[in-house]
Design a protein around this ligand. Structure first.
Ligand code: GLY
Length: 307
């Protein structure tokens, strides 16, 4: 079977604060190429998803791993989830600090009986795995936080959502055996209360079965209220095409004024994406070439490539 891949680096209203179109395109295409190469060499969907997430977590322009945004108290707390579609098995970590790749912790939890760990448990897991301590803070994120803090977070009170705070990264892969997997990782919404839990480490934001797999981005509370990833996957499982499942789910999210995006694959090799936000930072490899959604702006809520 021909492998398929789609990745994202968040959603928002413009590419400006992410470094502009050319820079985002260069990063996303390089990561899509590298991750697709793993699939071509026979990597499983789950291993390719972990690899793709690691590369996106390492890219500081995206809000996950290094380059994560700061919470209200000035600390970074990251969350990540991994779902194996074939075994329909979810694992994740919530609000972990000082890890280079939160997706690695989600991966380490895949075979465990306790598969979603939060703060202290996730920190303990880091120690068990002997992961060297890593500070994911960048100068840019610190500067953004200091700016937002001015006036006692008045921008937040005015409900202005900074672009960097809508970021998340995600990878969805179909391997040469026809197995699907999805992974999602985030620094969260930024300026959130201590203890807030992101959609990225819930089935609302990251879900897969043997039929379809989805990773979401956008405002976590909106994704949780729509249960977007699970909603799309269940629709495909019940017989809707991937394109129709994503179109219907985005239409419903739009009616409810949600701010979100999603990337998806199904077991036939169809690739689809959708958004209610203005831009979606996604790139895909269809087996022949790499494409992206970076200049897809306008009224359309979803689009798809069939296999
Ligand atoms: N979607 C990332 C978050 O809101 O935490």
């Amino acid at each position: 079977m021909q492998p398929k891949l789609i990745i994202h680096g968040g959603a928002g209203s413009s590419l400006k604060d992410k470094g502009g179109l050319a820079a985002v395109r260069q990063d996303l295409h390089a990561i899509a190429r590298n991750t697709y190469e793993c699939l071509l060499q026979g990597a499983s969907a789950i291993d390719a998803v972990v690899k793709g997430c690691q590369l996106l977590e390492d890219a500081p322009r995206f809000n996950a791993g290094t380059g994560s945004v700061l919470q209200a108290d000035g600390q970074i707390r990251m969350s990540a989830a991994l779902m194996d579609g074939t075994r329909q098995r979810f694992s994740g970590v919530i609000n972990v600090s000082r890890a280079p790749h939160p997706i690695d912790l989600a991966n380490a939890l895949q075979p465990e009986s306790d598969r979603v760990l939060s703060d202290y448990g996730a920190a303990e897991l880091l120690r068990e795995l002997h992961v060297p301590i890593h500070d994911p803070l960048t100068d840019l994120r610190l500067h953004e936080w200091i700016e937002e803090r001015k006036g006692n977070f008045s921008r937040k009170m005015a409900d202005v959502v900074a672009e960097s705070r809508r970021g998340t990264i995600g990878v969805v892969a179909l391997d040469n055996s026809g197995c699907l997997a999805a992974g999602t990782s985030t620094g969260g919404k930024g300026l959130e209360r201590i203890g807030r839990v992101s959609d990225s480490a819930m089935p609302a934001g990251n879900y897969a079965t043997q039929h379809a797999a989805v990773s979401c981005t956008g405002i976590g509370e909106d994704i949780i209220d729509e249960c977007t990833a699970t909603r799309i996957v269940v629709r495909v499982t019940d017989g809707l095409s991937l394109a129709d499942a994503i179109a219907k789910s985005m239409q419903e999210a739009k009616v409810n004024n949600r701010d979100l995006g999603a990337i998806a694959l199904d077991v036939t090799g169809a690739i689809a994406w959708g958004k209610t936000s203005e831009v979606l930072l996604a790139a895909y490899h269809d087996g022949t070439q790499i494409g992206d959604t970076l200049e897809w702006i306008g009224d359309g809520l979803s689009d798809a490539l069939s296999n």
